[in-house]
Design a protein around this ligand. Structure first.
Ligand code: 13P
Length: 257
């Protein structure tokens, strides 16, 4: 099936890889997919490897993403990094509101919303992550939880900026557990997210916004997930730490388009 939206496959390396290891991994991905026009491929190393990976990717079509940022332009925020600092390294995407940030660093929808607005204001594409816990799913709260996260994260985003958004649906119970949402389960939530986007921005913009799935995506299950009408890519954790498995997922997207 041919989708109007271009697939986006992003590797979230989380707190893994030294700068030297990151260069090696980025090289492996770029070797395989550095000239691929059909799929948007984004690598998100830790901050400490952004500069070296940026240099590695200079002549390739593989894009660079960060895993977080602080909403202020500059100032006394020890340990934080601004959008402009990321832009300086040719970063084009930034993961915001990942469930690990929400859980371990107590990030609220309001704070994540500040970051989304700051990212858009600095020409960075936010990858806004949303998703429910196992308990919330079992209680039948999935769509309500995701609705609140999407609306909370996107407050005051303009229709003009909407096309620069990427949303990642990551059911928390599927992250790093080997448990994947079935394609049908994921599609149901993706369709519901697209409905919220249509409500916020109109159906035209909503049709252009990519919605990634994340949570134990692997070469073996990627094709089936990506074949769903509202699944436009993947945000990959574990399987992105090795060039071969990440490439297998990009390959599935290249074939699915
Ligand atoms: P895994 O692919 O390891 O389940 O991680 C998903 C994720 O959290 C990507 O942001």
């Amino acid at each position: 099936m041919k989708k109007r939206r271009r697939y986006i496959i992003a590797g979230n390396w989380k707190m893994n890889k030294t700068a030297a290891e990151a260069v090696e991994l980025a090289r492996g991905v770029a070797r395989e997919w550095g000239n691929e026009a059909g799929v948007e491929v984004v690598l998100c190393p830790p901050f400490t490897a952004l500069e070296s990976v940026a240099r590695t990717l200079e002549d390739s079509s593989v894009l660079l993403g960060a895993q977080n940022m602080y909403p202020a332009d500059a100032g006394a925020y020890t340990g934080e990094v601004s959008a402009q600092m990321l832009r300086h390294f040719n970063v084009s995407h930034v993961i915001l509101g990942h469930s690990e940030r929400r859980e371990y660093f107590a990030e609220s929808d309001a704070f994540i919303n500040e970051k989304v607005l700051a990212a858009l204001g600095n020409d960075l594409i936010p990858i806004l992550c949303v998703g429910e816990t196992l308990e919330q799913r079992e209680q039948g709260d999935t769509l309500g939880v995701v609705d609140a996260q999407v609306r909370g994260g996107l407050k005051q985003v303009t229709i003009e900026d909407a096309e620069n958004l990427v949303i990642a649906y990551e059911p928390i119970w599927a992250i790093g557990t080997g448990k994947t949402a079935t394609p049908q389960m994921a599609q149901e939530v993706h369709a519901s997210i697209r409905g919220i986007l249509a409500d916020l921005f109109g159906s035209g913009p909503a049709d252009t916004i990519r919605i990634q799935y994340g949570g134990s995506m692997k070469p073996g299950n990627a094709a089936e997930l990506l074949s769903q009408p509202d699944i436009d890519g993947g945000l990959i954790g574990g399987a992105s730490l090795e060039a071969q498995s990440f490439s297998g997922i990009v390959g599935a997207a290249a074939k699915a388009r």
